[in-house]
Design a protein around this ligand. Sequence first.
Ligand code: TYD
Length: 137
Amino acid sequence: MLEWVKLPERRSETGNIVIAEVEKDVPFAIRRVYCLVDLDVETRRGFHAHRQLEQLVICLHGSCRILLDDGSRRTEVTLAQPNRGLLLRSMIWREMFDFSQGCVLMVLASEHYDEADYIRNYDDFMQLVGVPSDSFS
Ligand code: TYD
């Protein structure tokens, strides 16, 4: 479930360049890029899975935590490095939290925005992945 993508970097005394190229680093064609900025440090967000969408999440500045749940396993990781992207495949429930002040997340996505691709109810998600929703309690 945890798939990290190490992005190549060009480092120099005047600054660093982090690169993400489709096929080499990003395993899908990018159809959308969006950024999460001005994040409330107290907020927990996400609370959804996607039916088809694949995403590469990159923390450009600061840090945050992300919970991943594939219906049978849960794990939490820290995103904190611009050269270390987290690949979110379809049918992964995600929640993001513990945003540092000024945290900036960039998301590379395989499809345009489509609300019909979201699964926003956890019980629906568990039904779709075929696991009884009380299996974590
Ligand atoms: P959402 O993906 O639920 O945010 P998060 O997972 O960070 O909590 O999106 C929040 C709102 O923004 C929702 O009303 C849909 C809208 N939105 C778009 O219109 N286009 C987009 O590309 C994204 C990612 C969200």
